[in-house]
Design a binder for this molecule. Structure first.
Ligand SMILES: [Zn+2]
Length: 446
């Protein structure tokens, strides 16, 4: 009875909405011409000089040489002729709701879901201003990243496009759990942790993946080994069986979602690859066999090789416990060396930094390390553009500057192919045809 009444109200409400629809035609989409002195479009490792990009509405309509471009008088022109234009950057591993100055464990008990949401609003803007127009957010309270994605898409708050996961799925006592408190105290991540995060055995894993899909996640994140910033577990130790990981991957794929696995240890990395996981996060202690398997299965590695500096520096001042600093010392340098090995072997690599572990907005500091440990600047940039777009399943929309893609583009005044650290100073950010930051052109007709 109640249900029928509810349907009736819905019907009435929707007819009211239709009646209120204005009949006047939509205004034509805005047209903007962008003059790029140099263009790195990320379809190759090359630069093109003097290019005009035509943006209509939120998409790129054409990209062509400036000499032959027809720009009608009175058009809106953004003059980046003294800059290098690149696709908006993509970070495949962020935690927009996490703060890098809250390492004291008391916050695990004091912070509310609202605290996390406020954090995310501020960090979304910082990330966008740093030139990152898309992120894959891989771990937050349920289901903050989903709502954040929706609010950003609606235009209600500024931020990058968000590929949203739920909480990272963990075994009991694993990297995603709160460990080593008194058994006399009832400690849980949040009341519904068994629905959304903590899962043991194939049936529970299946349930949690399905429950996350039910609440709108784009991607599944699972913790396949111990971690650095958790208590009482070892980064090298596997935390799910191959069977459990296979179940998670199967369920995710059945729902049309990709799945990312956090894995530091060599065995956990191999388990993740053999289970059909799409990307291995961290991959710190990957061995030769793991590198071979990643290549053979076309699995992406997302290796966060900047944040070691921060974890062993500032994070200690912010109360990071000794246990965690010791674990970081074990994996940090090895991870960089293994990154170099994986690059050399030709494994697919996508840019991801674990932003939130270090301050949001500093994402581009990782490029320097990617080049130091074996990539060319062009390779590092493509890891954060075309390759990242492929990994997150958005290659149709983002990752390169080509007709049909969203007009997500950035500009820098220094040459990022000569010194990749140029990307630490992004002066211009456009997302979906809207300019969010412009410190390059002096006058901008908008
Ligand atoms: Zn992470």
């Amino acid at each position: 009875m109640l249900k029928r009444w509810f349907v009736l109200v819905l019907l009435l409400a929707s007819s009211f909405v239709f009646a209120q629809q204005p009949t006047k035609p939509e205004p034509p989409p805005k047209t903007v011409y962008i003059r790029a002195g140099r263009l790195f479009d990320a379809t190759s490792d090359n630069i093109r000089n003097n290019v005009v990009i035509l943006v209509v509405g939120d998409r790129i309509q054409s990209v062509g040489p400036a000499q032959t471009a027809q720009i009608p008088a009175g058009s809106t022109v953004i003059d980046l002729s003294h800059a290098t234009v690149l696709p908006g950057l993509i970070d495949c591993h962020t935690h927009l709701s996490f703060r890098a100055d809250r390492y004291n464990e008391i916050y695990a008990f004091k912070d509310t879901p609202f605290d996390y949401a406020f954090n995310a609003v501020v960090h979304a803007r910082k990330t966008l201003d740093a030139g990152f127009t898309s992120v894959r957010d891989v771990g937050s309270p349920p289901f903050l990243a989903v709502d954040l994605r929706n609010y950003i898409n609606e235009g209600f708050i500024p931020g990058p496009r968000v590929v949203a996961s739920g909480p990272a799925i963990s075994i009991t006592g694993g990297h995603g759990d709160l460990n080593n408190y008194s058994p006399q105290t009832r400690v849980s991540m949040f009341p519904e942790e068994r629905d959304f995060q903590i899962a043991d055995g194939v049936d529970q894993v299946r349930h949690v993946v399905r429950a996350q899909v039910k609440y709108g996640v784009d991607v599944i994140k699972i913790l396949a080994t111990g971690g650095v910033l958790s208590k009482g577990d070892s980064p090298g130790a596997p935390q799910y069986t191959l069977e459990e990981l296979k179940t998670a991957a199967e369920e995710a794929h059945m729902a049309g979602r990709k799945i990312a696995a956090h894995a530091h240890g060599a065995q956990g990395i191999k388990n993740a690859i053999l289970a059909g996981i799409d990307s291995v996060e961290h991959a710190s202690l990957i061995d030769d066999e793991g590198i071979r398997l990643a290549k053979e299965h076309g699995v992406y590695l997302v290796m966060d090789i900047y944040n070691d500096d921060y974890i062993r520096g500032k994070a200690v001042e912010f109360g990071l416990p000794k246990e965690n600093v010791e674990k970081e010392k074990m994996v940090g340098e090895l991870q960089r060396e293994n990154f170099a090995k994986a690059v050399k072997a030709g494994v697919k690599m996508a840019f991801g930094t674990d932003a939130g572990v270090y301050p949001h907005g500093d994402n581009a500091k990782q490029f320097y390390y990617m080049v130091k440990y074996g990539m060319t600047p062009a390779q590092a940039i493509r890891a954060a553009t075309s390759s990242a777009a492929d990994l997150i399943g958005r290659a149709k929309d983002v990752g390169t500057i080509e007709p049909g893609k969203y007009a997500d583009l950035i500009a820098v005044t220094a040459d990022p192919l000569a010194d990749v650290r140029a990307l630490e100073n992004v002066g211009f950010v456009m997302k979906g045809g809207v300019v969010y930051k412009d410190m390059i052109t002096t006058k901008l007709a908008r």
